[in-house]
Design a protein around this ligand. Structure first.
Ligand SMILES: NC(=O)c1ccc[n+]([C@@H]2O[C@H](COP(=O)([O-])OP(=O)(O)OC[C@H]3O[C@@H](n4cnc5c(N)ncnc54)[C@H](OP(=O)(O)O)[C@@H]3O)[C@@H](O)[C@H]2O)c1
Length: 294
C-alpha cells in the first residue's frame, strides 16, 4: 500500500512512519512545509502528487492554552483541517485515519468512556477536535477516527516542546531529588509505538468508524510517575501535590480514561497494559505488542 502520513516529524507521526515501513508499505511523509491542512488547495495539491490509498492525519494544534487563546486558529487546523483531508481523501477514494483525543469528554464519568458516550468538551481544544471528528465521519465513509490519551514516544511532541512526561520526571528526579505530582487527574499513558502498530492493523481492515485507542488500564499522573521511578529504580522523594498547587490555566477533564470497546468487539484490539508499554519504552520490557506485517 502507499500511505501518506501527515505530521511526519511529530511525536506520533514519526512512529507511524516507522511502523508502516516495517510492515513493508510505501510511505510518503508530509511535513508542515509540504502541506497546510487548514488550506484545501494545499491539501488537494499535496495528496494529488502521491495518490496514496491510505492517509494518516496526526497533525493538530493541540497546545491547550494556545488553542484557548486563538480559537479560530485551533478550529482551522483541528476542525477545517480534518474536513479538508476528508474531502480530498473521499474524492480520490482513499482511507483516512484521523487521530482525535480523550479531551472530547468532560471527565465527569467515574468509569472509562466508551465510544457511545456523549462527548461534551470543556475547552477550545476539545471542541475543535470534536468538530474535526464530525467532519471526517460525515464526509468520507472510509474513515477511522481514533481517540487516544496521554501519548508519549521517543520523538518529542512538536506542539508542547521539551520532554515528554516520562523524561521530565526522570530529569526532575536527577536534578532535584524530590518531585511533586497531581494525584487527581486520571489518564491512560499510551506509547506512540503501540498506537502506531494499531494504526497499521486498522489500515488493513474495512470496519470503518470511531474507535477508542489507548493502552489498557489507567492511572493518575502521580501513579504514572511512581511506576516510572519504580521501573528505573530511581532514588527520589515522590509526593502528592496539594490541591491547587499547579493551577490549570484552562479547564481539563479530570477523568480522561477511554475503554477500547469497539476495537474489542471487532477483535481488533492490539493494546497491552500501560505498565507493559512503559517498561518497553524504558528498555526493560519483556513483552511487546505484536507488530503487523503485510
Ligand atoms: N500529545 C498527547 O498527549 C495527545 C493526547 C491525545 C490525542 N493527541 C492527538 O494526537 C495527535 C498527534 O499528536 P503529537 O503529540 O504527535 O503531535 P506533535 O508532536 O505536535 O506533531 C504534530 C505534527 O503536525 C504538524 N502540523 C501542525 N499543524 C499543522 C498544519 N496546520 N498543517 C500540517 N501539519 C501540521 C506539526 O508540524 P510542525 O511542528 O512543523 O508545525 C507536527 O509534525 C494529534 O492529533 C493530537 O491532537 C495527542
Amino acid at each position: 500500500m502507499k500511505v501518506a502520513i501527515i505530521g511526519a516529524n511529530g511525536q506520533l507521526g514519526s512512529d507511524v512512519i516507522r511502523a508502516f515501513e516495517r510492515a513493508g508499505h510505501e510511505v510518503a511523509p508530509f511535513f508542515h512545509r509540504d502541506i497546510e491542512v487548514a488550506n484545501i488547495d494545499s491539501v488537494r495539491q499535496a495528496l494529488g502528487l502521491v495518490k496514496a490509498e491510505v492517509v494518516v492525519n496526526t497533525s493538530a494544534m493541540h497546545h491547550v492554552e494556545q488553542c484557548e487563546q486563538d480559537p479560530a486558529a485551533a478550529f482551522s487546523v483541528n476542525g477545517l483541517g480534518a474536513w479538508n483531508l476528508a474531502l480530498a481523501t473521499r474524492d480520490c477514494g482513499a482511507l483516512l485515519i484521523h487521530i482525535s483525543t480523550d479531551y472530547v469528554f468532560d471527565g465527569k464519568k467515574a468509569i472509562p468512556y466508551v465510544e457511545s458516550d456523549v462527548p461534551l468538551p470543556v475547552n477550545v481544544y476539545g471542541n475543535t477536535k470534536l468538530a474535526g471528528e464530525y467532519f471526517v465521519q460525515t464526509t468520507n465513509p472510509k474513515h477511522f477516527v481514533l481517540r487516544t490519551s496521554a501519548i508519549y514516544g521517543k520523538h518529542p511532541c512538536r506542539a508542547k516542546g521539551g520532554l515528554n512526561f516520562v523524561e521530565l520526571m526522570l530529569k526532575l528526579a536527577r536534578e532535584r531529588g524530590k518531585v511533586r505530582v497531581v494525584d487527581s487527574e486520571f489518564v491512560t499513558p499510551t506509547p506512540t509505538s503501540d498506537l502506531a502498530e494499531q494504526i497499521v492493523a486498522l489500515s488493513r481492515s474495512d470496519s470503518y468508524g470511531l474507535y477508542h485507542a489507548t493502552a489498557e488500564g489507567s492511572c493518575s499522573w502521580y501513579e504514572f510517575a511512581k511506576e516510572i521511578f519504580a521501573i528505573t529504580n530511581t532514588n527520589v522523594r515522590l509526593e502528592v501535590a496539594a490541591p491547587g498547587e499547579f493551577p490549570a490555566k484552562v479547564a481539563r477533564p479530570t477523568y480522561a480514561v477511554l475503554e477500547n470497546q469497539a476495537l474489542k468487539k471487532r477483535r481488533l484490539n492490539l493494546f497491552r497494559s500501560w505498565r507493559d508499554g512503559l517498561r518497553d519504552y524504558l528498555g526493560t520490557g519483556v513483552s511487546s505488542i505484536t507488530p503487523v506485517h503485510s
